[in-house]
Design a protein around this ligand. Structure first.
Ligand code: DC
Length: 219
């Protein structure tokens, strides 16, 4: 395994944006693992499965899915689904399906494979605890639900005119709860992860804070 900088944290904490900057500055590749869970959701929904479908059916259907992460794009069974995975219904279903063990097992190897050939900055919910427990550097990036909702609202309000800030905040709180309370690989701060609260920070300030820690460690 090459070098891994692992970043976990709740939805909307800015992990992707920050991790992309860190990848650029270190020359590492960027791995957005949420995008992989989102692609699984698209795949399972394409087969008309939902939270009531049962583990046997879901496990069988997973065998029909092939997911690849190539240069920042997510390819599901040969089709680039990078845009579709950002829809709000996919945000919901990726959180729902990601609580299931067969889904997590399915993606474990896909994620580890990404660190076989290149140094990576990987972000998600269980990078520091399950997927890369021996990562060279671990961060837990968070912000208050209100700030996270506001950032998300700013991102999507032009594309989804009927979405409200209140609804986004409500959804974020529900997703946090589901991600933190699930039995398999719940979102939590690893003991050896550095806590970064970005609530009052600009992107640049957070990137600077993280880069300082990385340089201190000599990575
Ligand atoms: O980071 P994101 O919002 O794109 O992730 C979408 C969902 O995928 C999120 O609700 C939880 C799940 N996820 C996960 O369980 N483990 C990861 N490593 C990444 C994402």
């Amino acid at each position: 395994m090459k070098k891994v900088i692992a970043i976990d944290g709740p939805s909307g904490a800015g992990k992707s944006t920050i991790a992309k900057h860190i990848a650029d500055l270190t020359g590492f590749s960027f791995l957005d693992t949420g995008a992989l869970y989102r692609a699984i959701a698209v795949g399972l929904l394409n087969y008309e499965l939902d939270e009531d479908s049962g583990l046997t059916k879901i496990t069988e259907t997973l065998k029909k899915l092939s997911i690849k992460y190539e240069n920042g794009s997510v390819i599901l069974n040969g089709i680039d689904v990078s845009k579709e995975i950002r829809e709000e219904r996919i945000s919901h279903y990726s959180s729902v399906f990601s609580a299931l063990k067969p889904v997590r097992d399915f993606l474990l190897e896909v994620q580890r494979q990404c660190a076989k050939d290149s140094n990576i900055v990987a972000e998600g919910r269980d990078m520091t605890t399950v997927v890369f427990p021996t990562a060279d550097m671990k961060f837990f990036l968070t912000a208050t639900p209100k700030i996270r909702a506001l950032r998300r609202f700013e991102q999507i309000k032009d594309d989804y005119s009927n979405v409200t800030l209140e609804q986004i905040e409500k959804d974020i709180i529900i997703r946090d709860q589901r991600d933190m309370e699930r039995d398999v690989a719940p979102l939590k701060q690893a003991q050896d992860a550095i806590l970064i609260d970005s609530s009052a920070n600009s992107i640049e300030q957070t990137v600077e804070q993280i880069m300082k820690e990385i340089k201190n460690k000599g990575i």
